[in-house]
Ligand binder design. Structure first.
Ligand code: QUE
Length: 352
């Protein structure tokens, strides 16, 4: 069968496991509406299927795990049809994220490769999260004028120190050892052990036992060398204060981080900082996803999203022109409007 004839998620019950294998290798398994629908339908079915005791989420072939969501399609929807399709995509994607977060059976995600944006959204809600030497974790939405969605506000705001705002604003990459250190992964496995680990899950062995049996101790996490400057600068209360703090630090790290932040979308950065602060105060993941959906419904229609996707993924010039162009140009009133409730009939709600 050629790739065109294969479904973009391979859905299979194998032994005790329901297996969801992302299968869009030419897009690094970035999620499209069909993939969301296939996963949601299988998970709703398996929820009440006594033959399924564990769910595995991985990628089928080639490099993995999942590069994000189909943001070029969302951009097209925003530019050509008022964003209805993009809003439907985010609505359904967040329902899938929430279904996984509240799933009554153990879910095991294998972050064996690039795990960005939408890939974070389907791996972080899993009770067991496996990192490897291939893991490259990032929330890079500030580069495309979006914001760290798919539960990003919930997960990032709950990381230690000021790691969350640092990752949200810079889009910095974390490797498998970093993910294990931060708690974004529960286990680190050798790539050579993944097939055996999955086979034992399919045999019905308890996930904690299986992963514990294969887990290894990775090299020291590189992120641990940056925690002090991250804490010092990213504890500042505003984007302007973070930038000023970095500018006063004459280290190479500060200069590099300042250069990175100066290229990021100012509107996204301000939205993300407020999102981190608010998400930490929310009691439920559902409330977090309802908040994120308000942000997504607004942000997708703003010029920065179309411009960011153009610059990074379409023209690949990596030279977006942001509007507003500076942090000072982004007023509190603009941020307030993005966080405001939607009309009641447009608000997000989870599956029953
Ligand atoms: C920010 C993002 C995404 C991104 C890069 C960013 C994103 C996304 C992709 C992506 C990458 C490779 C592909 C693809 C999509 O890149 O969401 O189809 O082949 O999906 O800086 O949010």
């Amino acid at each position: 069968m050629s790739e065109a004839e294969q479904p973009p998620v391979l859905v299979e019950r194998r032994g005790a496991a329901g297996v969801l294998s992302l299968n869009r290798p030419r897009a690094l398994h970035a999620l499209n509406p069909e993939m969301i629908a296939l996963m949601a339908r299988a998970l709703l079915e398996w929820r009440d299927d006594p033959l399924v005791s564990v769910v595995i989420i991985d990628h089928a072939e080639g490099r993995g795990f999942c590069a994000g969501g189909d943001v070029t399609a969302a951009r097209r929807s925003a530019l050509e049809e008022g964003g209805a399709g993009a809003r439907r995509f985010f609505f359904d994607e967040y329902r899938l994220n929430h279904l996984l977060y509240t799933y009554p059976k153990p879910v095991v995600s294998f972050m064996d490769g690039v795990t960005m944006g939408g890939g974070v959204g389907i791996s972080q809600p899993a009770r067991y999260r496996v990192a490897t030497t291939n893991t490259m974790f990032a929330m890079p939405e500030a580069a495309i004028g979006l914001f760290p969605d798919v539960g990003g506000g919930w997960y990032l705001s709950r990381l230690s120190g000021r790691l969350g705002p640092y990752l949200a604003l810079t889009g910095a990459r974390m490797n498998g050892a970093d993910c294990l250190w931060a708690g974004l992964a529960t286990h680190h496995l050798p790539v050579a052990a993944l097939a055996q680990a999955k086979a034992r899950l399919i045999d019905g062995e308890a996930p904690g036992r299986v992963l514990g049996a294969f887990a290894d101790q990775p090299e020291e996490a590189p992120i641990t060398g940056q925690l002090i400057p991250i804490l010092r600068h990213f504890a500042k209360p505003t984007l302007e204060a973070i930038l000023a703090s970095l500018a006063e630090d004459d280290s190479d790290w500060a200069a590099k981080t300042l250069a990175t932040l100066s290229a990021r979308c100012p509107l996204t950065c301000k939205v993300a900082l407020r999102q981190m602060a608010q998400a930490l105060r929310l009691e439920t993941f559902a409330a977090n996803m309802a908040m994120e959906y308000r942000l997504a419904a607004r942000m997708v229609m703003l010029p920065d999203f179309a411009e960011g996707v153009r610059a990074v993924l379409i023209d690949k010039d990596n030279a977006p022109v942001w509007n507003p162009a500076t942090p000072q140009g982004v007023s509190d009133a603009m941020i307030d409007a993005i966080f405001a409730p939607l009309p009641a009939d447009e608000e997000w709600s989870p599956y029953e």
